[in-house]
Design a protein around this ligand. Structure first.
Ligand SMILES: [Fe+2]
Length: 396
């Protein structure tokens, strides 16, 4: 009898250890990203869902179908996820928005956007809600400005070394300098944290910088240097960034994709870009915030990419709405592939259920939108420089 009890106790103990193991792993943030055996790592980007509970059915269906079709290794929510008011409503909205990833077991990370922390629930509390639903994002240094500033490394397919790195930076809400106004900026202590962390990664990598991509909601001010004409006179503070005034209509031939609203970075530049150029690790920066902009530009060797909204609740338009998809290949991590998965295309897939969801438009409407988008890209691409031509793959 004693032996049976002892055996049962041992089995029970083993069972408990097995059951608790994933919790320990998750609680200690030990989920380690890694390139697949094919040498690829795919990141899907959902920008500006900007919704409240119940989340738009069409948005959730789009996310589900994107995850099923493209099976990414990681999802990044690029900021402005919620506009719900009150702890309980924020919690419900986050649970719904992240449910496609949770249900399919796809790891995900977030950055905060300007709308995420501007209501009564703090970003620190919101982050605990995300973490409860398996989010990989941490607040690496709570003493620096913002919340959720962090990085995630990706191991090579053989698991022997850190092959790539992902930065997640909080670009804040509105500018604390009310005289200057506009949006917040990446502050000096965040830049110092980035430099120090990149240096540590480099040391651990035998003195070689670890190639990286940056995810940050509000676009870097250098987008203006990259694609907008400078003006020799001052047109007012709404057009002036860090002392330089720009004409708010972009050069046609300095970007690939479409820009349907003026980019809206902060008017203050604390030196984040220069730090990235000096460090030499970042190959591209990905931003949301301007919901109808869908473009890539290159400045000082780094790509600046604006990902349009995937959401059907916030302001948007049908020709740019969709999800971004980055594909990294460990054979050459000085570059990447990027494509937009447009909502109109997903809705027109044979086995799609988007058209049957509340809020969807007709098949004929999305067919017209696809035709119109092809037409716009056709005209624009005449002027796109060769080096940008292949940066965005079109999948229609
Ligand atoms: Fe935003």
């Amino acid at each position: 009898m004693k032996l049976i009890r002892k055996t049962l106790c041992s089995l029970l103990a083993i069972l408990m250890i097995i059951l608790l193991l994933p919790i320990f792993v998750s609680a200690e943030g030990e989920t380690q990203l890694q390139f697949g055996s094919d040498g690829k790592f795919r990141i899907m980007i959902f920008a500006d869902t900007q919704d409240f509970s119940p989340v738009q059915e069409t948005t959730l269906q789009m996310m589900h179908e994107c995850l099923d079709k493209y099976t990414p290794d990681l999802v990044v929510f690029l900021g402005d996820q919620c506009i719900a008011v009150g702890d309980e409503e924020e919690y419900k909205t986050i649970k719904e928005l992240t449910s496609p990833c949770v249900e399919k077991g796809v790891p995900y990370a977030i950055v905060f956007g300007n709308h995420d922390g501007e209501r009564e629930t703090s970003k620190e509390t919101l982050l605990t809600y995300y973490q409860e639903f398996g989010c990989l994002t941490t607040d690496a240094d709570p003493d620096i400005y913002g919340c959720g500033n962090s990085n995630l490394t990706v191991l090579s397919s053989d698991g022997k070394k850190t092959a790539f790195n992902l930065w997640f930076i909080d670009s804040g809400s509105s500018n604390p300098d009310k005289e200057v106004g506009g949006y917040d900026y990446v502050h000096e202590d965040q830049i110092e944290w980035y430099k120090k962390t990149a240096e540590n990664l480099k040391k651990a990598n035998g003195g070689k910088v670890v190639p990286s991509i940056l995810f940050q909601h509000i676009i870097v001010p250098e987008a203006y240097e990259a694609i907008y004409p400078r003006l020799p006179f001052n047109m007012g503070k709404d057009y002036t960034i860090d002392g330089t005034t720009y004409f708010p209509v972009p050069f046609f031939n300095r970007h690939r994709g479409i820009i349907l609203e003026p980019c809206s970075p902060s008017f203050i530049n604390a030196g984040q870009w220069d730090a990235m150029v000096e460090t030499g690790d970042v190959i591209a920066t990905f931003h949301g915030h301007d919901h109808v902009n869908d473009f890539t530009a290159t400045y000082e060797g780094i790509d600046i990419v604006n990902v349009p909204t995937v959401g059907c609740q916030a302001y948007s338009d049908a020709i740019s709405r969709g999800a971004g998809l980055i594909t990294l290949d460990e054979k050459d991590l000085s570059t990447y592939e990027y494509e937009m998965i447009y909502f109109f295309n997903m809705a027109l897939e044979e086995d799609s259920e988007i058209l049957s969801k509340d809020g969807a438009r007709s098949e004929a409407y999305y067919k017209f939108i696809r035709f119109f988008r092809k037409f716009l890209d056709g005209i624009h691409n005449i002027s796109v420089p060769k080096e940008l031509e292949n940066k965005i793959k079109k999948n229609y």
